[in-house]
Design a protein around this ligand. Structure first.
Ligand SMILES: Nc1ncnc2c1ncn2[C@@H]1O[C@H](COP(=O)(O)OP(=O)(O)OP(=O)(O)O)[C@@H](O)[C@H]1O
Ligand SMILES: [Mg+2]
Length: 373
């Protein structure tokens, strides 16, 4: 960068231009008719990782990602011919391989004879803006879902009450016919107790949603993690059966006490078991393993709960992303991509930790660390 001189009459327009360009927050570069870079500013060097000398020895095609080269060439030809300002999105490739999404404004300059001389392009790094846009879209969708959930909760309460009342009538009727001895009420009793258990779970969820929409925080109490896993297994029984999954429950009698919300912890395990079943559906080996073991860390006592499957696995680049809202690989209607982000939120509120290990085509193991009470 050139140093500004003090006497104002010494400062030329070229000086000012040079200073502006070297401080400019966007890449500015200029290219000749053959696509050779003939000018580049400091931001180009910073974002692309090349020195000024390296850039001045390069062709424009060398700084773009391979998949956009055709469109870059077409754009460059049209820019040379028409000279119109064009605004386009593209993808640069830095020296270390990093890909930089940019918005480009380009135009051409012509010599005194009207012949093409150079293009000038201003490129803005769009990565932060894109991330912000995505999280804004996500949070708008979450708000919309929140509003929808509030109305669903409202609609669910009456049919749920009807189911529970009808079930009570069935129980009373069974009491009456039990004395007749000709009818075996055993299967009916077990079905009816399943109905009660499942309906109560829905009732608890509804309550949770109502509390959430009213801004009431979840009530924490002493919870046995083993029971939360047991309840989750009960709630996912039909899913596990439908997917033909074998469950290996290595959780010993317990108890495994922690302090938290029984409903929320059950929800976490339901989400993880459901995901594991989905990942194993249609595969040859379908084994779901559950365990809880004690663990000490930094002088603190925890329980480590693991849910592992022999499913499709998660590719390395997706292992962090799956915890974000609306990230799903499931078909429309099969998944919303909210499960793991809710799990992470719940475990964070419990001051625990959720992590995963995975091998593509072998399986995945989710691990949850919760404080020992
Ligand atoms: N055990 C697993 N094995 C393989 N992939 C998994 C596993 N668990 C999650 N995934 C991947 O992570 C994605 C996100 O999971 P998440 O639970 O957040 O959403 P979802 O299951 O797709 O939808 P939702 O839970 O809202 O119904 C899944 O679509 C899947 O691609
Ligand atoms: Mg899920």
């Amino acid at each position: 960068m050139s140093r500004m001189r003090v006497g104002s009459e010494d400062i030329t327009d070229a000086d000012i231009l040079e200073t502006v360009l070297s401080h400019f927050p966007d890449i500015v570069h200029s290219v000749d008719a053959l696509g050779n870079i003939v000018f580049s500013n400091g931001k180009a060097q910073e974002l692309l990782g090349y020195s000024r000398e390296e850039l001045l020895a390069m062709n424009i095609s060398e700084i773009y990602a391979d998949e956009v080269l055709d469109s870059v060439k077409a754009g460059f030809d049209s820019l040379k011919a028409t000279g119109d300002i064009s605004i386009a999105e593209s993808l640069l490739k830095a020296k270390n391989g990093t890909r930089v999404a940019v918005e480009i404004r380009s135009f051409s300059i012509y010599d005194d004879n009207g012949d093409f001389a150079r293009t000038i392009s201003i490129m803005r790094d769009m990565r932060t803006i894109r991330k912000l846009q995505q999280s804004l879209i996500r949070s708008n969708r979450l708000t919309a879902i929140g509003e929808m959930a509030a109305s669903v909760v409202h609609e669910i309460t009456s049919p749920l009450t009807a189911i529970l009342l009808s079930n009570d009538t069935v129980v009373q009727e069974m009491e009456r016919i039990r004395s007749s001895e000709t009818v075996d009420v055993g299967p009916m009793e077990s079905a009816s107790s399943d109905i009660r258990r499942a309906s109560s779970s829905i009732q608890k969820l509804v309550e949770q949603l109502q509390n959430f929409s009213r801004g009431i925080t979840e009530k924490y109490e002493s919870v046995n993690i083993g029971s939360a896993v047991g309840d989750a297994l009960f709630m996912t029984k039909s899913k596990v059966q439908a997917c033909g999954v074998l469950v290996q429950n290595d959780i010993a009698e317990g108890p495994y006490p922690t302090y938290g919300s029984p409903n929320q912890l059950e929800q976490v395990f339901i989400n993880l078991i459901t995901n594991a079943c989905d990942a194993m559906a249609g595969r040859e080996e379908r084994l779901l393993r559950l365990s809880i073991v004690p663990e000490s860390r930094d002088g603190r006592e925890f329980w480590r709960c693991t849910i592992s499957d022999t499913g499709a696995g998660i590719a390395e680049e997706m292992r962090e992303e799956v915890f974000e809202s609306f990230v799903t690989t499931k078909q429309n209607g099969k998944g919303t991509g909210l499960g793991l982000s809710i799990c992470r939120g719940i475990i964070k509120e419990h001051r625990g930790e959720i992590t995963l290990e995975s091998e593509v085509d072998k399986g995945t193991c989710f691990s949850i660390l919760l404080r020992r009470a």
